[in-house]
Design a protein. Structure first.
Length: 132
């Protein structure tokens, strides 16, 4: 049961709105101590009426781009983060749109079948640990 003191603690949740980006490719980017790995993810069934694609089966494949690496390193420098994942959209012109940066990771659920993201994360953490 909610008490009156519980109701006094309730605050409205902030809402953030962003304009919708028309995109060709959705990327999951992992940044680990300067190394960058990315996978593209496309829904297996590309239903144009689907708004929330988080819970559909995705086809994932490694994605390579020097510009994406440069931008990821810039984000790391600006945010002072050593490890993060990010959701990035790529529009028809090839422009990257950084949708969010997740400082807590979330590598495994969005990885490609060959483990591209997890291998990069594991290798960099192992390298850092060995250097200590």
């Amino acid at each position: 049961a909610i008490t009156s003191s519980d109701q006094n603690l309730q605050q409205p949740c902030p809402a953030f709105y962003q304009r919708q980006v028309e995109y060709e490719t959705e990327l999951r980017v992992a940044y680990v101590f300067g190394e960058v790995a990315a996978v593209s993810q496309q829904p297996e069934d590309d239903n144009p009426d689907l708004i929330d694609k988080r819970y559909v089966d995705m086809v994932r494949a490694p994605f390579h781009s020097r510009e994406l690496i440069r931008q990821a390193r810039s984000v790391a420098c600006t945010t002072n983060l050593n490890v993060f994942t990010a959701d990035v959209l790529v529009d028809r012109s090839g422009q990257f749109w950084w949708i969010d940066v997740n400082p807590d990771g979330l590598f495994c659920a969005a990885d490609s079948l060959d483990g591209h993201l997890l291998a990069t994360v594991g290798n960099e953490f192992s390298r850092k640990a060995a250097a200590r």
